[in-house]
Ligand binder design. Structure first.
Ligand code: PMP
Length: 354
């Protein structure tokens, strides 16, 4: 830290992203990326013509992409906000919809960025424990009189809450934004998007990073009432109007045009997930019920930290969190069938030595 940093940020603890190692080729099951490449349409779209236009700024409103997304999700284009990854939406939402007086509540075990944003903006936050079975108890959020942020499906557990529960949270907090982070919704979860007309306080965030194989392009979007979208636009146009670059916008348009390709990939990932869950259970793992492209699993024979280290030595990267309540677990992103076979083989080898 230099002596120039404002004391406002002195105690801030930044988010630690999952490892992106360059030292060797790993089977990378640690940051919930898709194992499949972008669609052929995306390859075609990112051509010489597109590169030639890089001298020009991108459309700060992303009109074409907004129209395509609006059509796909059955909403108006005034209900869509585009962002540089969905982290951008979270950042803007914490900046815009809560403050020192209006706090925020989120699950104690969830996406590690939520408390960082809360600290960044000096927002008092309540971390609500999960139930003993690691699920979110919606009743804890009803009438809480704060902004509510829930990843659904939750990370790193993969578990989801239903639309009935979400409606109860929305109804009981009419004066606060309820942000449903649906980064993983395309792997079998139920989206809350259909509720935006009924609930002006609902903000749904989604991403191209997972089911749409574009984590490296940084593209996210939010769906909400016109008012909430206007607020987010205000923040975006007060910070960085060109927050989505030209190539990413073009790739996003091509990706929405090839929605069927990504739906098929999501189906494949779900099928691989179910096979992996069965295989892990057969190896003695406890596996939480996942609706995401990852599973959260533990085995009494080995600690989470040890399993992570031993798998890394064998060229397989999974994610381990040091937090007391989940330190026995590892989070395993679902890769291709072949990658998961190697993962299971290496896991079997590690367990055999215990
Ligand atoms: N929400 C959750 C729950 C996540 O796990 C992630 C991925 N790290 C994000 C949002 C952000 O993803 P991105 O910025 O790539 O859209």
């Amino acid at each position: 830290m230099s002596r120039f940093l404002s004391p406002r940020f002195a105690a801030l603890e930044a988010y630690t992203p999952g490892e992106q190692p360059r030292d060797q080729q790993y089977i990378k099951l640690n940051t919930n990326e898709s194992p499949y490449p972008p669609s052929p349409e995306v390859f075609e779209r990112l051509n010489k013509d597109e590169i030639e236009r890089l001298n020009l700024y991108p459309d700060p409103e992303g009109k074409v992409l907004k129209e395509k997304l609006a059509k796909l999700y059955g909403v108006g284009k005034e209900n869509i906000f585009l962002s540089n990854g969905s982290d951008d939406i979270l950042n803007f939402a914490f900046m815009a919809f809560c403050d020192e007086e209006r706090g925020v509540a989120f699950p104690e075990i969830s996406y590690g960025f939520y408390p960082v944003y809360a600290d960044l903006y000096h927002v008092p936050h309540v971390k609500i424990p999960l139930k003993l079975d690691y699920s979110v108890d919606y009743k804890d959020y009803c009438g809480i009189e704060k902004m509510v942020v829930i990843a659904n499906p939750n990370a790193p557990t993969g578990m989801e809450i239903g639309l009935f529960e979400i409606e109860e949270i929305l109804k009981s907090n009419p004066n606060h934004v309820v942000l449903m982070d649906e980064a993983y919704v395309d792997f079998g979860g139920a989206s809350a998007v259909g509720l935006i007309e009924k609930y002006p306080n609902l903000l749904v965030s989604m991403t191209f990073s997972k089911s749409r194989s574009m984590a490296g392009a940084r593209l996210g979007f939010a769906i909400a009432s016109k008012g909430i979208i206007e607020d987010l636009e205000k923040i975006k146009f007060s910070t960085n109007p060109y927050n989505i670059n030209r190539l990413t916008l073009a790739a996003g348009e091509a990706a929405v045009d090839s929605d069927g390709y990504y739906k098929d990939n999501a189906k494949k990932i779900i099928a691989t997930r179910e096979k992996t869950v069965e295989a892990l259970k057969a190896l003695g793992f406890t596996v939480l019920d996942s609706k995401a492209n990852f599973v959260f699993a533990k085995n009494n024979k080995i600690t989470g930290a040890d399993l992570y280290t031993q798998l890394k030595k064998k060229g397989v990267l999974v994610r381990h969190f040091e937090k007391e309540k989940i330190k026995d677990f590892v989070r395993i992103t679902i890769g291709t069938e072949e990658q998961m076979e190697v993962f299971l083989q290496k896991t079997t080898e590690v367990l055999a030595q215990r």
